[in-house]
Design a protein around this ligand. Structure first.
Ligand code: GRF
Length: 237
């Protein structure tokens, strides 16, 4: 009886299909490094100076372990998308004109996922994101705004600040939530308003600070050594 059982078991074992031989392959360290890098997706609609500042920071190592996986514009004529192409980056135009917001957002999110983006950077992206879009990347979407939020949200923030007569303005990099220019603040830079300023000179000095602030903020987010407590981003100890 036992013999019979053993015979059956050995027949079963020997009739198993031949398993493929396992050949250990060593993954080159450069491939491992590339796979472990953070993948940025840039959304823009216009001139793209913040995108260029981010790209320069990535190239210079000021934003370590990161690459720009895709740059997406909702406008075919955005100078920023031309620059992205010239730099050899994946550059996509996904037109938004005439499309319902969420339909367009779904196309953009599909492209971001195809490029395995893990941080979305809005760089002069002149579209409000739908709540659906925001939910796809919780605390993984950042934006830059040219004022010290919560002052002067919305369009033409520099002009609003100038007209109001503030003595200090600046810029804010913040997480994107479902409200306009509202999520938790990551970095702010103050810019004094000088007596001799015009709207144009003030905006230019704010822009210089934007280019510094955005890279600093992306580095902070990618390092992940923070917690958001209420609205406050605080360093983890
Ligand atoms: C910047 O002022 C940014 O703060 C705002 O849009 C402008 C984009 O400029 N959100 P650019 O296209 O990055 O040069």
């Amino acid at each position: 009886m036992v013999d019979c059982l053993l015979a059956r078991v050995s027949v079963a074992i020997f009739s198993l299909p031949k398993l493929p031989t396992f050949i250990p392959v060593s993954v080159p360290s450069v491939v491992k490094y590339y796979v472990s890098m953070h993948s940025l997706g840039i959304l823009l609609s216009g001139r793209g100076s913040n995108f260029v500042a981010i790209a320069d920071s990535v190239d210079a190592g000021r934003i370590p372990d990161a690459r720009i996986s895709v740059v997406i514009s909702n406008r075919a004529d955005a100078p920023g998308i031309v620059i992205a192409r010239e730099r050899g980056l994946n550059a996509l135009v996904i037109p938004s004109k005439g499309k319902p917001r969420e339909e367009h957002d779904r196309e953009v999110v599909t492209a971001l996922n195809e490029h395995q983006v893990d941080l979305v950077c809005l760089a002069g992206y002149m579209r409000l994101l739908s709540p659906w879009f925001v939910r796809q990347f919780p605390q993984k979407i950042v934006n830059i705004h040219p004022s010290l939020l919560p002052a002067f949200p919305g369009l033409e923030a520099q002009e609003q600040a100038f007209a109001y007569g503030v003595k200090v303005s600046g810029c804010t990099v913040h997480f994107v939530d479902e409200e306009l220019d509202h999520g938790a603040i990551i970095v702010q830079k103050a810019v004094p308003v000088l007596d001799g300023d015009s709207e144009r000179t003030l905006a230019a000095r704010i822009l210089e600070q934007e280019h510094i602030a955005y890279s600093e903020a992306i580095k902070i987010v990618l390092e992940g050594k923070f917690a958001v407590v209420g609205r406050r981003l605080v360093a983890k100890t």
